[in-house]
Design a protein around this ligand. Structure first.
Ligand SMILES: [Cu+2]
Length: 103
């Protein structure tokens, strides 16, 4: 019986860990790899993010984080480094194929 209780606890805990937010920022003005790193650096410096990737080609920066991104803040900061946040979208992010018992 004890084993079952422990497993329940792990599942509940795992769910909490995996409940992250994916925020897609549409950015105007990124032209190359340098712009992509500028954007990534800006986000990493100011936010605790799990992952951030930028694509000049797609014109977007995708952020995976535990907490919501402060959009008005982001818009202002992005403008300061020379780009423009034109729109954004945020959705729940579940890490796929990741399930460990124990640890
Ligand atoms: Cu560039």
């Amino acid at each position: 019986m004890q084993g079952i209780f422990r497993m329940d606890f792990v599942i509940a805990n795992q769910k909490k860990v995996n409940a992250m937010i994916k925020t897609t920022l549409k950015i105007d003005g990124m032209m190359c790899g340098m712009c992509e790193s500028h954007m990534n650096d800006l986000i990493r410096k100011n936010f605790q993010v799990k992952k951030v990737t930028s694509s000049a080609k797609e014109g977007e920066t995708v952020i995976i984080s535990d907490n919501e991104i402060d959009i008005p803040w982001a818009k202002k900061e992005i403008k300061e480094i020379g780009y423009e946040l034109v729109s954004y979208k945020s959705e729940p992010y579940e890490k796929k194929g990741f399930f460990h018992f124990g640890k």
